[in-house]
Ligand binder design. Structure first.
Ligand code: ADP
Ligand code: MG
Length: 697
């Protein structure tokens, strides 16, 4: 039996531990930093470091690490032990405030988009006291931000923290205008729902494509996919259930509020969702969660796939970023209340978000752009690459009536009559959720659904926070001088909704009509990484980031370069893997099968000319033709990879070429490969099939 309350957070240097172990004055000073964002004093750091070390040693730690989130897309860590020579040939275990606050990893091998010359390759990591440290695998993990020697940001955490500060400042300004002067700080909160696949480890090991790229580059569809919807919320298989139980235990021990788990739509696809928390903690927790998913799977001879599209023909995996804003006095600013049409404060925040999403569609799209996610966005499931917002019937009606200047009578929650007396009656949610919307209001928060499963959620939240901060700033500036505040707010809200209502769409986002309608409305439809990322450095976006001190112009250019380069490298790895598989495994396998067919036909004919060999002849002819075609496609891909190499000096052209040409070659090659798989005896086919992988757990 697990004692959950006791297990929860047992590997975390959390508030309880701090209160118990830190001198009162130190605890108070640290709390001030965590809650009010005040700068930390060195003597406090020393005391915290000492307590952390003692605690970590009790947890079996010998090392500490500054854990950070560079632009590689995965977390990074370098471990240092606590040992210090005592001068007499022995060691003592030490950890100073300096070591806690600042690390100096060699930064030369992390992506910087040309910011950092190699002679200043040193980088700094800086402790983020607002995200708790934890003990894992014998090491004390300290969440940190990562900067270059010259102070440019090289990670995802620093801009996130900056964006949170910006939003806090502007939201507080607005709230003070509404008379809420007790509010001193505003936090954004995030609860990410995480999808993933589980496959058997033995099958994983037989698939070089999944090993190198996280997804299948070849693979014919199985006779059964997800068409029966029998996996979604279906009963969970024993092995998976054991995995999930272990996963929960691990997550809880790291203080992650794991709450919900279920089977997803595709076979062998699942979801886990924690309860929301402050954004930067939610980001760290999600990074840790992804790692724990992978490590826990191994214990059950399973592999967890976090790629956005591991299998063609069935759903890919995403991540839903549930996002809201709340005050240090405990008020959720996105809660409409009983009568939203009267709730001007709520409407003003809503208007800021509507305006922000409309004006910065491109940045929100960029924040979820990755080679893997390109398979989902704009494909025929998941949200399309077009940003739009869904407000729900009730709120939608409120907004429409404000636009035309009418009063709206809110209907409030309706009671559902279930027609069966023994069943309890309950209130219906008025945000009748539109599952196809990429950015939906869900009662007291927005759910941004375009994220791919592997993305670091810092990216989208940096954009959301910055954009909303900017809009709130504009509103605050405009309202500051108003004679009649209430009247001015109402006018501003109405004006904003009217101007930006093209971004609101309540219909089916997956339909073809929407794509046309969105074009008429002038909404963006950025279908691939290179076409989206281009807008990073648009004048209006540079202005947004520099004025809000989230990125400098140089940092923004660097991120643009890094995104393009990562994209091109990834497609390149996929292409090389395909070539390897095609030449070393698939062509030899099909050739062997053709030889067996030929031997059989010859043997039959030697026995008697009357034995029919038409089947063998047909298969031999067919497969031989396909082999020729297949090897032509191999040559096309090889040639285009050479051409790609010549474009490397121009990052945009380089990435465009991978997107438009190399990727198209890969699809053409795959089509014939998959076709041959359906005609080749399974004994000869070198890889586990889709059926085996998707239904093999
Ligand atoms: P559904 O699948 O119906 O959208 P889930 O329960 O799977 O709902 O996930 C909802 C997520 O939204 C959870 O992580 C939940 O904690 C989060 N959430 C709820 N309220 C807030 C809020 N105020 N801020 C951020 N996230 C929230
Ligand atoms: Mg869910």
């Amino acid at each position: 039996m697990v004692n959950v309350p006791e297990l929860f957070g047992s590997n975390v240097f959390n508030d309880d531990v701090m209160r118990e172990r830190l001198p009162k004055s130190v605890y108070k000073a640290l709390k001030k930093t965590i809650q009010d964002g005040e700068t930390l004093d060195e003597s406090v750091a020393n005391a915290v470091a000492h307590a952390m070390k003692e605690w970590a040693i009790e947890k079996g730690c010998t090392h500490f690490t500054h854990w950070f989130q560079p632009l590689t897309g995965v977390t990074a860590e370098k471990h240092d032990s606590f040992i210090t020579p005592d001068g007499a040939g022995n060691v003592i275990m030490t950890f100073s405030g300096k070591e806690l606050i600042k690390g100096e990893p060699d930064a030369s091998s992390f992506p910087s988009g040309g910011i950092r010359a190699t002679f200043e390759a040193r980088g700094y990591t800086a402790w983020d006291p607002t995200s708790p440290a934890f003990a894992k695998d014998g090491t004390l993990y300290i969440p940190t931000a990562f900067l270059s020697y010259t102070g440019e940001v090289l990670d995802k955490k620093t801009p996130l923290l900056r964006s949170m500060e910006r939003l806090s400042k502007e939201a507080v300004r607005i709230l003070h205008m509404f008379g809420k002067t007790d509010v001193t700080r505003v936090m954004t909160t995030v609860g990410p729902e995480q999808e993933y696949f589980l496959i058997d480890k033995d099958m994983y090991e037989a698939r070089p494509d999944i090993i190198y790229t996280g997804r299948t580059l070849f693979g014919a569809k199985a006779p059964k996919g997800q068409e029966l919807d029998d996996h979604y919320f279906g009963s969970i298989k024993t092995r998976v259930s054991q995995f999930m139980a272990e996963l929960d235990k691990e997550l809880w021990s790291y203080g992650i509020y794991s709450k919900t788990k279920h089977n997803e739509v595709a076979p062998s696809q699942h979801e886990v969702a924690p309860i929301f928390t402050t954004t930067n903690v939610a980001v760290d927790n999600n990074e840790l969660l992804m790692e724990i998913l992978k490590k826990t799977a191994e214990k059950f001879n399973l592999v967890c796939l976090l790629h956005e599209k591991p299998f063609a023909g069935v759903n890919g995996s995403g991540k839903h970023n549930n996002w809201s804003i709340s005050t240090n006095t405990g008020e959720n600013l996105l809660k409409p209340g009983k009568n939203p049409s009267e709730n001007t404060q709520f409407l003003l925040f809503l208007a800021a978000i509507v305006k922000g999403v409309d004006e910065y569609q491109d940045l929100l799209r960029i924040s979820v752009a990755s080679a893997g996610n390109d398979h989902r966005l704009g494909a025929n499931e998941a949200p399309p690459a077009i940003l739009s917002m869904f407000l729900g019937d009730d709120l939608g009606a409120v907004v429409s009536s404000i636009e035309v200047g009418e009063e709206h009578e809110s209907e409030g929650k309706k009671t559902m009559d279930l027609g069966v007396d023994v069943l309890p009656s309950f209130k219906k949610d008025t945000t009748d959720r539109n599952r196809t919307s990429p950015f939906a209001f869900t009662g007291n928060r927005f759910e941004f659904r375009m994220l791919g499963s592997a993305v670091n959620i810092a990216g989208p939240n940096i954009i959301l926070n910055t954009v909303v901060a900017e809009e709130l700033k504009q509103f605050a500036d405009e309202l500051e001088g108003a004679k009649d505040f209430n009247k001015a707010v109402k006018k501003l809200v109405a004006k904003t909704f009217k101007k930006h209502d093209r971004i609101i769409f309540n219909g089916d986002n997956y339909s073809d009509e929407w794509v046309e309608e969105a074009e008429r409305r002038g909404l963006l439809n950025l279908k691939s990484v290179p076409t989206a990322v281009k807008h990073y450095i648009d004048e209006k976006n540079i202005k947004l980031f520099t004025e809000n001190n989230v990125f400098s112009k140089e940092e923004l250019h660097a991120r643009y370069e890094v995104e393009l380069e990562n994209y091109a490298k990834l497609i390149n790895i996929e292409a090389l893997t395909m070539l390897d598989m095609a030449k070393k495994d698939i062509i030899p396998a099909v050739t062997s099968y053709v030889r067996e067919l030929t031997d059989t036909a010859l043997a039959k004919q030697a026995l008697s000319a009357d034995i029919p060999v038409s089947l063998e002849t047909k298969l031999i002819t067919d497969l031989s033709q396909k082999l020729v075609c297949f090897s032509d496609k191999v040559a096309d891909l090889e040639n285009d990879l050479i051409k790609a190499g010549e474009l490397e000096h121009d990052m945009q052209a380089y990435a465009d070429f991978y997107c438009d040409t190399v990727f198209a070659d890969m699809q053409a090659l795959r089509a014939i490969g998959d076709d041959m798989e359906t005609e080749t005896a399974s004994d000869y086919w070198p890889y586990p099939s889709y059926g085996e992988m998707l239904f093999g757990v």
